[in-house]
Design a protein around this ligand. Structure first.
Ligand code: GTP
Length: 422
């Protein structure tokens, strides 16, 4: 679990930071007022990141910053003033960035900066540059931003690494490199990694006119002229990653059902279409429909019904953590199970159906049981609508035979394979 230390001696500012942190950061946070308190906390905790006030009553000369950095905690500084001397002082100490606290907006900026940095943790970045010194400088800066850093000394090596490692989300590439230059690299990479999947920042030395526009036209997200200022590098990388993260968030929202957080019907159908094209004959599709759900809505109201749907989604996620699980309709769910044998798939869903019937659902202080009917079909047809039609038919039979049952469809002969009741 990520953990953040925030050190601020002003009561009002700490209150603002606490409020903003509760809204924007989903991590453990410790707050300290002084250097003394920070020392005690750092002794017994490991922090992913620190946001610290530059001057404190018991540390007037940035001692708290020296303390967090000496413990290898990447540190963002809050400061009420910035002159060239203190800027240099902070950069030499190796802080990630500094935020000038002159209005409420700057606190929001600081907390959002912490949030963005935390999101970088575990994110992989690749530096492609033939200069060892440049690579070392950028590695240091990226590691301060919590990236896991890889290096390549030319374009070809970078391309090979990007092909092998889909998890790399940021590429910093120089223009002039042996074997394959930055343009060729960007062009080649964009054949298999889109702008919304991999962020690319092009780099080049001064005097190379027109490179920035060319880099961007070939597919880079941004461009930096060497030598760059620490802050410029930091801002460009953060902004580029923020765009990538925003796109990822928007995609995720578009793929998920608002109420339950499960994948929605559209995403499910897209994935199934893709999978059916590549062949998923070894899998079975189950459609699960809650029994007499209307009665729950009638008795406990629509919100009560919604609460049950959320609990059902959790039960499905817990029970089929390795499967594609989706809410495909109002009270209808789908699970793609990696099981070829329909009898075995039916046995799995019978177990789930029993567990479901025994589960105690709750709506406010009320406790209740629910049941579910399940229709299962093998994914042995080329189109989703055919597979769904067979699963639907089996589901219809499960309802017709008294609900709370699972039925497997023998899809080849178009017959229902067998019946199963409790
Ligand atoms: N609370 C809530 N109810 C929903 C939602 N979507 C659909 N429903 C309700 O689900 C109920 C489905 O009712 P029916 O199709 O008659 O089916 P049933 O009562 O479950 O009966 P059987 O399927 O025959 O067992 C309707 O009352 C819908 O209003 C939703 O998002 N939230």
């Amino acid at each position: 679990m990520q953990k953040v230390l925030i050190v601020e001696d002003s009561k009002v500012v700490q209150q603002i930071l606490r409020h903003l942190a509760s809204q924007h950061l989903n991590v453990d946070i410790d707050f300290a007022w002084s250097l003394k308190e920070s020392k005690a906390l750092l002794k017994s905790n490991r922090y992913t990141l620190a946001l610290v006030d530059l001057t404190l009553p018991d540390a007037m000369d940035a001692e708290v910053v020296q303390l967090t950095l000496s413990q290898n905690v990447p540190t963002v500084v809050l400061t009420s003033k910035i002159d060239e001397y203190s800027r240099q002082q902070m950069l030499e100490m190796g802080v990630v960035d500094y935020v000038i606290k002159d209005n409420r907006d700057s606190y929001l900026y600081a907390i959002k900066l912490v949030s963005r940095l935390l999101r970088n943790q575990g994110c992989k970045a690749l530096i492609a540059d033939d200069s060892m010194i440049s690579r070392a400088v950028m590695r240091q800066m990226l590691e301060k931003q919590l990236f896991t850093v890889f290096e390549a000394q030319d374009g070809e090596q970078a391309l090979t690494m990007l092909k092998a490692e889909q998890e790399i989300k940021l590429l910093l590439t120089d223009y002039a490199m042996p074997t394959m230059d930055g343009f060729e690299l960007v062009k080649a990479v964009r054949n298999f990694r889109g702008r919304d999947d991999l962020a690319i920042v092009g780099l080049s030395g001064a005097g190379t006119h027109g490179l920035s526009a060319k880099f961007i036209k070939y597919g880079a997200n941004d461009f930096l002229m060497k030598p760059f200022m620490n802050e410029e590098f930091h801002c460009r990388v953060m902004q580029t990653m923020e765009q990538l993260n925003l796109i990822a968030d928007i995609k995720d929202y578009a793929h998920r059902d608002y109420l339950t957080g499960l994948y929605n019907r559209r995403y499910f159908c897209q994935q199934m279409d893709k999978l059916l094209k590549t062949g998923i004959q070894h899998s079975c599709l189950a459609l699960l429909d809650l029994d007499l759900f209307k009665e729950i809505n009638d008795k406990y109201g629509h919100l009560g019904g919604d609460s049950i749907l959320t609990q059902v989604a959790q039960l499905l996620t817990d029970s089929f953590s390795d499967s594609l699980v989706s809410r495909v309709g109002g009270e209808e769910f789908a699970v793609l199970l990696a099981e070829q044998d329909i009898k075995k798939a039916k046995a799995t869903f019978d177990d789930f159906r029993r567990k479901f019937a025994e589960n105690m659902f709750s709506i406010d202080e009320h406790k209740l049981h629910c049941t579910v009917s399940i229709g299962i079909a093998r994914c042995e047809f080329p189109t989703l609508s055919e597979v769904m039609r067979h699963a639907d038919k089996a589901l219809y039979q499960a309802k017709a035979q008294g609900r709370n049952s699972a039925v497997g469809a023998c899809t080849k002969s178009n017959q229902i394979l067998e019946e199963c009741t409790t």
